[in-house]
Design a protein around this ligand. Structure first.
Ligand code: PGA
Length: 270
């Protein structure tokens, strides 16, 4: 199983030209860095507005940049999809899973802590988003993680269990479909964009807990890859990569500098 290294660009960069330049740099650097290694699976998640331009560069680079024979194509994801409809509808400001798929995305983030915080997304809405993703054939990267208050008072596991009840309303058929295209990203909210990271032991313990909870409560999801996210950078990536419990990383800030992002991908390549 390949590890995942996923760049979540959030609301960056400022212009389409910069987005094109960033994806070009990632493609060039990756092709060079990966020559001697079995490359991890890389995914980029730009804003909706830059999706088309980034997809075009990725498609071009697959055919023009010399790729090592071990390289998987770079995948494309979106940061959010509409909870209301999988295709079209009167939902001002929304973009659907089907529209993202049409532009070349094959994955969507669901439940990133910034969406939970600033858009008050709750489990009912996140469950709808998972359903929309499934019906448009988009894979789901479900983000979970505790706040600093949860961490301080020892309620991390309880928070995660509550967040994972997002699966409770899915049918057996939907769960089977989801099991083929689900990644879970454990992202402690207090580690996102702060430069603070939990110790590897803490991450291993939480990933082990998530895994055993899946086995007990959602057995069809027991093989789900569990990624870590929160202040991952080119200096700490190798430590996370050394753990059998960490199946990859979701990277924010460091994914905006091609050289740093590619060093992280290199750490997860074998
Ligand atoms: P960060 O963000 O790497 O900047 O901490 C991670 C994320 O929000 O996914």
């Amino acid at each position: 199983m390949h590890a995942w290294v996923i760049g979540n660009w959030k609301q960056h960069p400022a212009t389409k030209a910069q987005a094109v330049s960033l994806v070009n740099d990632v493609c060039q650097n990756l092709a060079q860095a990966s020559q001697s290694k079995q490359r991890c699976q890389v995914m980029l998640i730009p804003t909706h507005l830059h999706l088309d331009a980034v997809a075009t560069v990725l498609a071009d680079s697959q055919s023009t940049v010399a790729q090592p024979s071990t390289a998987q194509p770079i995948q494309l994801g979106v940061q959010d999809i509409s909870s209301h409809a999988d295709s079209i509808g009167a939902f001002t400001g929304d973009c659907s899973a089907g529209q993202a798929k049409d532009l070349g995305a094959s994955w969507t983030l669901v439940g990133h802590s910034e969406r939970r915080q600033y858009h008050h997304e709750d489990n009912a809405q996140l469950c709808d988003k998972i359903r929309r993703a499934l019906s448009a054939n988009l894979g789901v990267i479900l983000c979970v993680g505790e706040s600093l208050a949860d961490y301080d008072n020892g309620s991390t596991e309880q928070t995660l269990v509550t967040q994972l009840t997002v699966f409770d309303d899915l049918t057996a058929e939907e769960m089977t479909q989801l099991s083929k295209a689900l990644l879970i990203a454990y992202e402690p909210v207090w580690a996102i964009g702060t430069g603070k990271v939990p110790t590897l032991d803490e991450v291993n313990t939480v990933h082990g807990f998530i895994k055993s909870h899946l086995v007990n409560a959602y057995p069809s999801l027991e093989d789900t890859s569990i990624l870590y996210g929160g202040s991952v950078n080119e200096n700490n990536a190798s430590e996370f990569a050394s753990s059998e419990w960490v199946n990859g990383v979701l990277v924010g800030g460091a994914s905006l500098v091609a050289e740093k992002f590619v060093q992280i991908a290199h750490a997860f390549s074998t």
